[in-house]
Design a protein around this ligand. Structure first.
Ligand SMILES: [Zn+2]
Length: 205
């Protein structure tokens, strides 16, 4: 498995390209912006991006989705419970003084326990509500893409629409912390970590 990380946008979002080496089939995790860095990396690796997987519907993770879908000719995947947030993209844009945009459309809705096969990778969906209602993490072998659910020694904010700290804490404790300690965590913002490190040092859960 090859993982490429791109840091994009004002909020320094992590966008990940994850490719199965033998088949070249790949996914993009989150969709902050269509950057030349992404398209050049895809070209260089000869990657075939099958899906764009959204960890959740917050504007900073989806604002490049329309452009990325078009450029990569691929389908978008999200949990249905985050459609409201995604459809209200322009509420955030107005507050932040960003230009109006068309809310993205999604082709596939996923739920907890689903598996998405991409080449030799089996991508497991873990529904982790709390930061948003429809927030999910994606587990690929021993790598967890945690969106804004879990950060290195921190967690996602819960003061925005759909946020609920109790739910977030339960999602992390009951689902993510049940995973093996050696799992590497790739968050939506900031540096990577491991489940073992977070169980020991994350004081916010
Ligand atoms: Zn978020």
């Amino acid at each position: 498995m090859i993982i490429k990380q791109f840091v994009l946008g004002q909020l320094e979002n992590n966008v990940y390209l994850v490719m199965d080496e033998s088949t070249k089939k790949a996914v993009l995790i989150d969709a902050t912006a269509l950057s030349p860095e992404i398209t050049e990396t895809i070209k260089k690796l000869h990657a075939k991006v099958e899906y764009i997987l959204l960890t959740h519907g917050h504007f900073d993770h989806i604002m490049g989705l329309n452009a990325l879908k078009k450029a990569l000719n691929t389908e978008a995947v999200i949990h249905k419970d985050d459609l409201t947030i995604s459809d209200n993209l322009n509420e955030y844009n107005r507050i932040l003084g960003l230009p109006e945009a068309d809310p993205p459309k999604y082709e596939i809705y996923i739920k907890d326990g689903d598996t998405i096969p991409v080449g030799n990778m089996n991508i497991k969906v873990i529904h982790t509500p709390g930061h948003t209602e429809g927030g999910v993490c994606y587990l690929i072998d021993d790598k967890l893409f945690s969106g804004d659910t879990l950060f290195r020694e921190s967690v996602g904010r819960t003061d925005l629409f759909g946020g609920d700290f109790k739910k977030l804490s339960e999602s992390i404790k009951n689902k993510l912390f049940k995973l093996p300690d050696n799992i590497t965590v790739y968050p939506g913002h900031g540096p990577k970590t491991t489940i073992g490190h977070e169980k020991k040092y994350n004081e916010l859960v």
